[in-house]
Design a protein around this ligand. Structure first.
Ligand code: PLP
Length: 272
Protein backbone atom coordinates (compact mmCIF):
# COMPACT_ATOMS: atom_id res chain seq x y z
CA UNK A 1 0.00 0.00 0.00
CA UNK A 2 1.03 3.63 -0.32
CA UNK A 3 1.26 3.88 3.47
CA UNK A 4 3.56 0.86 3.70
CA UNK A 5 5.75 2.33 0.96
CA UNK A 6 5.89 5.69 2.78
CA UNK A 7 6.78 3.87 6.01
CA UNK A 8 9.62 2.03 4.29
CA UNK A 9 10.97 5.29 2.83
CA UNK A 10 10.85 6.96 6.25
CA UNK A 11 12.64 3.98 7.81
CA UNK A 12 15.28 4.19 5.08
CA UNK A 13 15.81 7.89 5.83
CA UNK A 14 15.98 7.18 9.56
CA UNK A 15 18.67 4.56 8.97
CA UNK A 16 20.63 6.84 6.67
CA UNK A 17 20.66 9.71 9.17
CA UNK A 18 21.69 7.29 11.93
CA UNK A 19 24.56 5.96 9.82
CA UNK A 20 25.77 9.40 8.78
CA UNK A 21 25.41 10.80 12.30
CA UNK A 22 22.48 13.16 12.96
CA UNK A 23 24.83 16.02 13.86
CA UNK A 24 26.30 15.94 10.35
CA UNK A 25 22.96 16.29 8.59
CA UNK A 26 21.74 19.89 8.30
CA UNK A 27 18.58 19.53 6.29
CA UNK A 28 16.31 17.42 4.12
CA UNK A 29 15.04 19.02 0.92
CA UNK A 30 12.06 17.91 -1.13
CA UNK A 31 9.53 19.25 -3.56
CA UNK A 32 5.94 18.70 -2.35
CA UNK A 33 5.31 17.16 -5.79
CA UNK A 34 8.46 16.35 -7.71
CA UNK A 35 8.15 18.23 -10.97
CA UNK A 36 10.92 17.83 -13.53
CA UNK A 37 11.83 14.52 -11.86
CA UNK A 38 8.68 12.97 -13.34
CA UNK A 39 5.62 14.62 -11.73
CA UNK A 40 5.81 12.28 -8.77
CA UNK A 41 3.02 12.59 -6.19
CA UNK A 42 4.16 11.62 -2.69
CA UNK A 43 2.62 8.41 -1.42
CA UNK A 44 -0.05 8.93 1.27
CA UNK A 45 1.45 9.80 4.70
CA UNK A 46 4.91 10.29 3.16
CA UNK A 47 5.62 13.78 4.50
CA UNK A 48 4.01 13.06 7.86
CA UNK A 49 6.38 10.13 8.37
CA UNK A 50 9.43 11.90 6.93
CA UNK A 51 8.89 14.92 9.18
CA UNK A 52 8.62 12.69 12.24
CA UNK A 53 12.07 11.28 11.41
CA UNK A 54 13.49 14.77 10.83
CA UNK A 55 12.09 16.07 14.13
CA UNK A 56 13.53 13.06 15.95
CA UNK A 57 17.01 13.90 14.66
CA UNK A 58 16.64 17.72 14.72
CA UNK A 59 17.19 17.93 10.95
CA UNK A 60 15.64 20.91 9.15
CA UNK A 61 12.93 20.45 6.51
CA UNK A 62 13.35 22.51 3.33
CA UNK A 63 10.38 22.60 0.97
CA UNK A 64 11.39 23.37 -2.60
CA UNK A 65 8.33 25.28 -3.77
CA UNK A 66 9.94 26.52 -7.00
CA UNK A 67 7.34 24.66 -9.08
CA UNK A 68 4.56 23.98 -6.56
CA UNK A 69 4.54 27.42 -4.94
CA UNK A 70 2.05 30.16 -5.80
CA UNK A 71 -0.90 28.08 -6.82
CA UNK A 72 0.22 25.28 -9.12
CA UNK A 73 -1.35 22.54 -6.97
CA UNK A 74 -4.56 24.44 -6.31
CA UNK A 75 -3.37 25.83 -2.97
CA UNK A 76 -1.00 28.74 -2.51
CA UNK A 77 1.82 26.38 -1.52
CA UNK A 78 2.36 22.68 -2.04
CA UNK A 79 3.34 22.43 1.61
CA UNK A 80 -0.29 23.18 2.55
CA UNK A 81 -1.52 20.29 0.44
CA UNK A 82 0.71 17.72 2.12
CA UNK A 83 0.90 19.04 5.69
CA UNK A 84 4.53 20.06 5.36
CA UNK A 85 5.80 22.47 8.03
CA UNK A 86 8.99 23.70 6.36
CA UNK A 87 11.80 25.35 8.27
CA UNK A 88 12.88 26.93 5.00
CA UNK A 89 11.10 27.28 1.70
CA UNK A 90 12.53 28.11 -1.72
CA UNK A 91 10.45 29.81 -4.39
CA UNK A 92 10.95 31.22 -7.86
CA UNK A 93 8.91 30.63 -11.01
CA UNK A 94 5.35 31.40 -9.86
CA UNK A 95 6.51 34.30 -7.72
CA UNK A 96 6.60 36.53 -10.81
CA UNK A 97 5.00 34.05 -13.23
CA UNK A 98 8.44 34.36 -14.85
CA UNK A 99 7.73 37.83 -16.23
CA UNK A 100 10.95 38.79 -14.47
CA UNK A 101 13.58 36.60 -12.82
CA UNK A 102 13.13 36.55 -9.06
CA UNK A 103 13.66 33.86 -6.50
CA UNK A 104 13.28 33.82 -2.75
CA UNK A 105 14.02 31.83 0.37
CA UNK A 106 11.50 31.98 3.20
CA UNK A 107 12.79 31.20 6.66
CA UNK A 108 10.81 30.20 9.71
CA UNK A 109 11.04 31.79 13.14
CA UNK A 110 13.08 28.77 14.25
CA UNK A 111 15.81 29.55 11.69
CA UNK A 112 15.46 33.33 11.89
CA UNK A 113 15.85 33.38 15.67
CA UNK A 114 19.24 31.66 15.38
CA UNK A 115 20.45 34.34 12.95
CA UNK A 116 18.99 37.15 15.05
CA UNK A 117 20.32 35.93 18.37
CA UNK A 118 23.70 34.84 17.01
CA UNK A 119 24.52 38.03 15.12
CA UNK A 120 25.45 40.27 18.07
CA UNK A 121 27.95 37.69 19.24
CA UNK A 122 29.21 36.24 15.93
CA UNK A 123 28.69 39.11 13.52
CA UNK A 124 26.13 39.54 10.77
CA UNK A 125 25.28 36.46 8.74
CA UNK A 126 26.41 37.76 5.37
CA UNK A 127 24.19 36.26 2.71
CA UNK A 128 23.82 38.44 -0.32
CA UNK A 129 23.89 38.32 -4.08
CA UNK A 130 24.77 41.03 -6.55
CA UNK A 131 21.10 41.41 -7.44
CA UNK A 132 19.48 40.61 -4.09
CA UNK A 133 16.23 42.46 -3.59
CA UNK A 134 16.25 43.84 -7.13
CA UNK A 135 13.43 46.41 -7.17
CA UNK A 136 12.19 45.49 -10.66
CA UNK A 137 11.86 41.82 -9.70
CA UNK A 138 10.08 42.75 -6.50
CA UNK A 139 7.72 45.09 -8.36
CA UNK A 140 6.95 42.32 -10.88
CA UNK A 141 6.27 39.91 -8.03
CA UNK A 142 3.92 42.32 -6.27
CA UNK A 143 1.99 42.99 -9.48
CA UNK A 144 1.87 39.27 -10.21
CA UNK A 145 0.65 38.42 -6.71
CA UNK A 146 -2.06 41.11 -6.95
CA UNK A 147 -3.40 39.39 -10.07
CA UNK A 148 -2.95 35.90 -8.62
CA UNK A 149 -5.00 36.81 -5.55
CA UNK A 150 -7.35 39.36 -7.17
CA UNK A 151 -8.44 36.96 -9.91
CA UNK A 152 -8.44 33.93 -7.61
CA UNK A 153 -6.08 32.07 -9.89
CA UNK A 154 -5.24 29.63 -7.10
CA UNK A 155 -8.93 28.74 -6.90
CA UNK A 156 -8.98 28.46 -10.69
CA UNK A 157 -6.01 26.09 -10.52
CA UNK A 158 -7.96 23.93 -8.06
CA UNK A 159 -11.20 23.93 -10.06
CA UNK A 160 -9.86 23.71 -13.60
CA UNK A 161 -7.04 21.50 -12.31
CA UNK A 162 -9.58 18.97 -11.03
CA UNK A 163 -11.18 19.03 -14.48
CA UNK A 164 -7.80 18.59 -16.20
CA UNK A 165 -6.94 15.62 -13.97
CA UNK A 166 -10.33 13.96 -14.53
CA UNK A 167 -10.26 14.53 -18.30
CA UNK A 168 -6.70 13.28 -18.67
CA UNK A 169 -7.69 10.03 -17.00
CA UNK A 170 -11.00 9.70 -18.82
CA UNK A 171 -9.45 10.27 -22.22
CA UNK A 172 -6.03 8.64 -21.93
CA UNK A 173 -6.00 6.08 -19.10
CA UNK A 174 -6.82 3.31 -21.58
CA UNK A 175 -4.54 4.46 -24.38
CA UNK A 176 -2.18 1.75 -25.60
CA UNK A 177 0.93 3.84 -24.85
CA UNK A 178 -0.09 5.20 -21.44
CA UNK A 179 1.29 3.50 -18.35
CA UNK A 180 0.34 6.00 -15.67
CA UNK A 181 -1.24 9.41 -15.31
CA UNK A 182 -0.13 11.45 -12.34
CA UNK A 183 -0.88 14.94 -11.16
CA UNK A 184 -2.72 17.36 -8.95
CA UNK A 185 -4.07 20.81 -9.71
CA UNK A 186 -2.45 22.23 -12.82
CA UNK A 187 0.50 19.91 -13.02
CA UNK A 188 0.25 16.53 -14.67
CA UNK A 189 2.45 13.86 -16.12
CA UNK A 190 1.68 11.03 -18.49
CA UNK A 191 4.15 8.19 -18.40
CA UNK A 192 4.47 6.25 -21.64
CA UNK A 193 5.14 2.53 -21.64
CA UNK A 194 5.85 -0.06 -24.31
CA UNK A 195 3.81 -2.68 -22.47
CA UNK A 196 0.93 -1.74 -20.21
CA UNK A 197 0.82 -5.15 -18.53
CA UNK A 198 4.46 -5.18 -17.41
CA UNK A 199 4.80 -1.39 -17.30
CA UNK A 200 8.08 -1.74 -19.19
CA UNK A 201 9.31 1.48 -20.77
CA UNK A 202 10.14 2.08 -24.39
CA UNK A 203 13.74 1.66 -25.47
CA UNK A 204 15.25 5.09 -24.81
CA UNK A 205 16.70 5.22 -28.34
CA UNK A 206 13.17 5.41 -29.77
CA UNK A 207 12.72 8.77 -28.01
CA UNK A 208 8.97 8.20 -27.94
CA UNK A 209 8.08 10.93 -25.45
CA UNK A 210 10.20 13.52 -27.30
CA UNK A 211 8.54 12.54 -30.57
CA UNK A 212 5.08 13.00 -29.05
CA UNK A 213 6.15 16.38 -27.63
CA UNK A 214 7.52 17.45 -31.03
CA UNK A 215 4.36 16.34 -32.83
CA UNK A 216 2.23 18.23 -30.29
CA UNK A 217 4.35 21.33 -30.85
CA UNK A 218 3.72 21.07 -34.58
CA UNK A 219 0.02 21.01 -33.67
CA UNK A 220 0.41 24.17 -31.59
CA UNK A 221 0.65 22.60 -28.13
CA UNK A 222 3.60 22.79 -25.75
CA UNK A 223 4.04 19.66 -23.64
CA UNK A 224 7.37 18.83 -22.12
CA UNK A 225 9.20 15.56 -22.41
CA UNK A 226 10.87 15.35 -19.00
CA UNK A 227 14.56 14.49 -18.61
CA UNK A 228 13.60 11.07 -17.22
CA UNK A 229 12.67 10.31 -20.82
CA UNK A 230 9.30 8.61 -20.53
CA UNK A 231 6.99 11.21 -19.04
CA UNK A 232 5.21 14.06 -20.77
CA UNK A 233 4.41 16.94 -18.46
CA UNK A 234 1.65 19.51 -18.54
CA UNK A 235 2.02 22.75 -16.63
CA UNK A 236 -0.48 25.18 -18.13
CA UNK A 237 -0.96 28.80 -17.05
CA UNK A 238 -3.04 29.15 -13.88
CA UNK A 239 -5.63 31.20 -15.81
CA UNK A 240 -6.49 28.32 -18.16
CA UNK A 241 -10.20 27.61 -18.73
CA UNK A 242 -12.05 24.31 -19.15
CA UNK A 243 -12.58 25.03 -22.84
CA UNK A 244 -8.84 25.53 -23.24
CA UNK A 245 -8.18 22.28 -21.34
CA UNK A 246 -10.40 20.51 -23.86
CA UNK A 247 -8.38 22.01 -26.68
CA UNK A 248 -5.09 21.05 -25.01
CA UNK A 249 -6.26 17.46 -24.66
CA UNK A 250 -7.62 17.30 -28.21
CA UNK A 251 -4.26 18.37 -29.56
CA UNK A 252 -2.40 16.10 -27.20
CA UNK A 253 -4.54 13.16 -28.31
CA UNK A 254 -3.76 13.94 -31.94
CA UNK A 255 -0.02 14.04 -31.22
CA UNK A 256 -0.09 10.84 -29.20
CA UNK A 257 -2.13 8.97 -31.80
CA UNK A 258 0.08 10.21 -34.63
CA UNK A 259 3.20 8.85 -32.94
CA UNK A 260 1.42 5.60 -32.03
CA UNK A 261 0.61 5.11 -35.72
CA UNK A 262 4.15 6.06 -36.70
CA UNK A 263 5.66 3.51 -34.28
CA UNK A 264 3.47 0.77 -35.74
CA UNK A 265 4.07 1.83 -39.36
CA UNK A 266 7.83 1.91 -38.89
CA UNK A 267 7.83 -1.46 -37.14
CA UNK A 268 9.16 0.05 -33.91
CA UNK A 269 6.35 -1.18 -31.73
CA UNK A 270 3.24 -3.31 -31.85
CA UNK A 271 0.34 -3.45 -29.47
CA UNK A 272 0.48 -6.35 -26.99
C1 PLP B 1 11.75 22.39 -8.20
C2 PLP B 1 12.88 23.25 -8.68
N1 PLP B 1 13.75 23.71 -7.78
C3 PLP B 1 14.77 24.52 -8.15
C4 PLP B 1 14.95 24.87 -9.47
C5 PLP B 1 16.06 25.79 -9.80
O1 PLP B 1 15.59 27.06 -9.58
P1 PLP B 1 16.50 28.33 -9.84
O2 PLP B 1 16.89 28.28 -11.28
O3 PLP B 1 15.58 29.47 -9.52
O4 PLP B 1 17.66 28.22 -8.93
C6 PLP B 1 14.09 24.40 -10.44
C7 PLP B 1 14.29 24.78 -11.85
O5 PLP B 1 13.68 24.34 -12.76
C8 PLP B 1 13.01 23.57 -10.03
O6 PLP B 1 12.14 23.10 -10.92
Amino acid sequence: SEEAYAASLAAELDGLIEREGPDTVAAFIAEPVMGAGGVLIPPRTYFERIQAVLRKHDVLMIADEVICGFGRLGRMFGSEVYGIEPDLMTAAKGLTSAYFPLSAVFISEKVWSVLRDGSPELGTFAHGFTYSGHPVGCAAALANLDILIGEDLVGNAARVGAYLQAQLRERFAHHALVGEIRGIGLIAGIELVADRATRSPFDASLKVASRVAQRCLEGGLIVRSLPTGHTLAFSPPLCITRVQVDEVLDRFGQGLDAITDELIRQGEWKAA
